[in-house]
Design a binder for this molecule. Sequence first.
Ligand SMILES: [Zn+2]
Length: 391
Amino acid sequence: MELFDTATKTHREVQLGEQALIYVCGITPYDAAHLGHAFTFLTYDLLQRRLQDLGTNVRVARNITDVDEPMYTKANELGMHYLDLTHQEVTEFQRMMRTLNLLDPDAEPRPSQHIPAITDSVKELLQGGFAYNLDGDIYFDIAASPRFASVSGYPESLMRGFSAMRGGDLQRPGKRQPLDFLLWRSIADPRDPAAWATSLGRGRPGWHIECSVMSYVHLGPTIDIHGGGSDLIFPHHECENAQSTALGRDPYVKHWMHTAPLLMGGEKMSKSLGNLVFVRDLLADNDAAAVRIALLRYHYRTGGEWQPDLLPEAHQLLARITHALKQPAGPDPRPHLARIREALDHDLDAPAAVRHLSDMTDAICCGGTVPGAADGLGEALHLLGIELAAG
Ligand SMILES: [Zn+2]
């Protein structure tokens, strides 16, 4: 199987051992699951299914960022404790992903449950000369890392631009370099609920360190495939890689895989733009399998404008599939199955796989002499995670 690798900007064969370790950056749970989330996580679900189909034992960790500034703001607005808000949103998110027939991750780690391991790693970075203290806060010193910029390959000007857009504090006086990033924030305000009393003092972790630490705890020092949305390439994954390699986990990631956004009105779906399409709203009017098929019509590296017309088309395909599954005989399913697998092995080309599934369905409906051809269709549906509604 060949996948595009962000760090080398090439399609590369995935080196498969008996086990594939996959880490996916998950959600910050302060809003309901939207279609952009579903598209991202469906990509890794499809990857997992094909790897398992190849006989690989796959272990997936997908984190939940429950230590994040906007969470406290939203919880305050709602008059809730932020951990109660987290629980509510995570439960809803998990329900939506299961309804879309996504496999549960093997681990769903949260930084709030890994504070001692995080502070140990921050201390190790300080002792190793990769970090420094600034008025009680601790920053990573990018000049000490030979790996910084090796994931994104971005020039410094672009990194500064993204950092400014995505919560960085380029201008803070006292930093050694503007792109040095926060590992630990000290919190003096006793009313702030998201602070822990630790050997580093009272405070909370920065954004990036959680994934370096939790991937190590749950998967070990080297990850086969690390995924997430393309907006995480910088700063999040760049910083994660710099931290982990500084901690001696080098290589940290063998294959970086990023999903393009789904758009609404030409813009990435985002809470701040108010252009979200919620999974629960689509599921109110559509079969979960139809929503899944509609999402599979987008290539993970292309994304694109969300087209609601894909839903009636998906329902039509499901009706044809239901009819085909009742046929006692059909053509040899093996060439069709081979084409679907080939599409997935070529950079997880889900749109091509769905086209081949549609062709296979039509071929079975046209008749043939091989008994049980519909079983091959069942195998294709299983591979793509398309589960027909009962009844
Ligand atoms: Zn992450």
